[in-house]
Design a protein. Structure first.
Length: 116
């Protein structure tokens, strides 16, 4: 038996200001930012499936995601793209192959939205 499971538990995202990052991520995900900030540097975003933890202790220009390490799902890529434009999110690509696009969070992490 292998003691390491073939599943992802959570993804840590380095952020500069934990409160601002919490508010931004909760806003784009349509969540209420009401959870506790743990140990003055962690915020666990309430997600379905694999978790996301914002971490201000690990932030530096060297730890930012230069390419997306994961993607957020959508059922409608065009609607998601327009939504992000309306939110004035920094989009780094247009919709690619009618399937995905990339963007940056306020700290400069590169992220992706992909149609399931």
């Amino acid at each position: 038996m292998n003691p390491i499971l073939n599943e992802v538990g959570t993804v840590f995202i380095p952020v500069k200001d934990i409160k601002k990052a919490r508010d931004w991520y909760c806003d784009i995900l349509g969540l209420i930012a009401d959870g506790d900030i743990l140990y003055d540097h962690l915020y666990v975003i309430p997600m379905n499936g694999t978790g996301i933890v914002l971490d201000s202790k690990t932030y530096s220009k060297n730890t930012l995601f230069k390419t997306p390490a994961f993607h957020l799902n959508t059922n409608d890529i065009k609607e998601a793209y327009e939504y992000m434009k309306q939110k004035k999110v920094e989009l780094t690509t247009g919709i690619q192959h009618n399937h995905w696009f990339t963007f940056k969070d306020p700290d400069g992490n590169h992220l992706m939205v992909c149609q399931c």
